[in-house]
Design a protein around this ligand. Structure first.
Ligand SMILES: NC(=O)c1ccc[n+]([C@@H]2O[C@H](COP(=O)([O-])OP(=O)(O)OC[C@H]3O[C@@H](n4cnc5c(N)ncnc54)[C@H](O)[C@@H]3O)[C@@H](O)[C@H]2O)c1
Ligand SMILES: [Zn+2]
Ligand SMILES: [Zn+2]
Length: 346
């Protein structure tokens, strides 16, 4: 089968690999229909994720058809169209029992990380009963790909951890797919305003279309000044960090209102400065989270009910045979005006 294989920092290739086989009775083999590339795959290719070994098939998002089922997998039959969660969950361990699938003793984020992933014609999914979701008849299949990772991430790590409430002022730092997913799902709670902060005017225009009430083109001090000016110096009730850099965490500390929340989503590769000497008396809460994907069934229902405009997130489409071109496009997102790229295995 064709698969996108990581060969160390800066090196990847589309190559022929053996089709995966069942290893445990709880596994399923999925024939991939559609997959995509995540910002985290670019982090891997820069060598930022040391758990990914050379020779690994990348990808942790996608949908596909069940090709083979282990004898202990329940709830599915061969031929079913399913959504693959980016997080694998046994549903039985102590972490899974309290909804923290991200820290599952036998799973968590392993796909395209410590086991072969979805950017291939076939993938093996461990603990398939709880790591797949049935795709309802009539679903828009491309939208379903947004449910593997970006929607639960923006919702769980950003909106739920940030405790967005009706009437709140919300700021989202970073208008990439994750920041935009937070923008879409924050609107479940009817906040009074949502500010989007990013240096990319194309992404800000998409954010406007998806419901942002104010756009702030800026990267650090300029962004802080603009948000404080719009809020009469008060700052915002909830600020969602969806970039993962020291400077963007610093924007969050500078614009959070007294009593507010900073919900960190970004993957951080270096230390940030925590200005506790200014924040200690401001009654703020700072949260972190690796996505658990426990809200996927709920988000799936919201998508089916037409409450989320996911089409706006998909900008490009490529066949699996051209996945290297898809990576080039995604890697030059600002120039190519790229957000999510659908890769089809025809
Ligand atoms: N916590 C989790 O479980 C989890 C899951 C998935 C992804 N992530 C992380 O979330 C982050 C966002 O992911 P993405 O795919 O949307 O990434 P992305 O790279 O597509 O988007 C980041 C955005 O930040 C903007 N940006 C860069 N510098 C900025 C600055 N100084 N001020 C404001 N904006 C700035 C960029 O223009 C870009 O639009 C990444 O760090 C990713 O690794 C976390
Ligand atoms: Zn991802
Ligand atoms: Zn578990």
């Amino acid at each position: 089968m064709n698969a996108l294989v990581y060969h160390g920092p800066g090196k990847k290739n589309l190559e022929d690999r053996p089709k995966p086989a069942l290893q445990e009775v709880t596994d399923a083999i999925i024939r991939i229909s559609k997959t995509t590339i995540c910002g985290t795959d670019l982090h891997i290719l820069k060598g930022h994720v040391p758990t990914v070994a050379e020779g690994r098939v990348l990808g942790h998002e996608g949908i596909g058809f069940i090709e083979e089922l282990g004898s202990a997998v329940s709830g599915y039959k061969v031929g079913d169209l399913v959504l693959i969660s980016c997080i694998t969950s046994c549903a039985k361990c102590d972490y899974c029992r309290r909804g923290m699938y991200s820290h599952c003793r036998e799973g968590g984020w392993i796909l395209g990380n410590t086991i072969d992933g979805t950017q291939a014609e076939y993938v093996r999914i461990p603990h398939a009963s709880n790591s797949l979701h049935p795709i309802p008849v009539g679903a828009d299949v491309e939208s379903m790909v947004m449910l593997s990772d970006i929607l639960p991430t923006g919702y769980e790590c950003g909106v739920l951890n940030g405790c967005v409430k009706p009437g709140d002022t919300v700021a989202i730092v970073g208008a990439g797919p994750i920041g935009l997913a937070a923008l879409l799902t924050a609107q479940f709670y009817a906040p009074a305003s949502i500010f989007m902060i990013d240096p990319d005017d194309h992404r800000l225009a998409v954010a406007r279309h998806l419901g942002a009430t104010a756009l702030v083109n800026g990267t650090s001090a300029s962004a802080v000044e603009k948000v404080l000016a719009i809020t009469q110096g008060q700052g915002v009730d909830v600020v969602i960090e969806a970039v993962g850099m020291p400077v963007t965490f610093d924007i969050c500390q500078s614009i959070v209102a007294a009593g507010g929340h900073i919900a960190n989503v970004g993957v951080h590769g270096e230390s940030v400065v925590l200005r506790l000497q200014e924040l200690w008396a401001r009654n703020i809460t700072i949260t972190t989270r690796l996505v658990d994907t426990v809200t996927t069934p709920q988000l799936l229902k919201a998508v089916m009910a037409g409450h989320l405009m996911l089409g706006g997130l998909i900008t490009h489409r490529f066949p699996l045979s051209e996945i290297l071109r898809a990576y080039d496009t995604f890697g030059n997102a600002a120039k190519e005006q790229a957000l999510k790229i659908i890769i089809s295995n025809n």
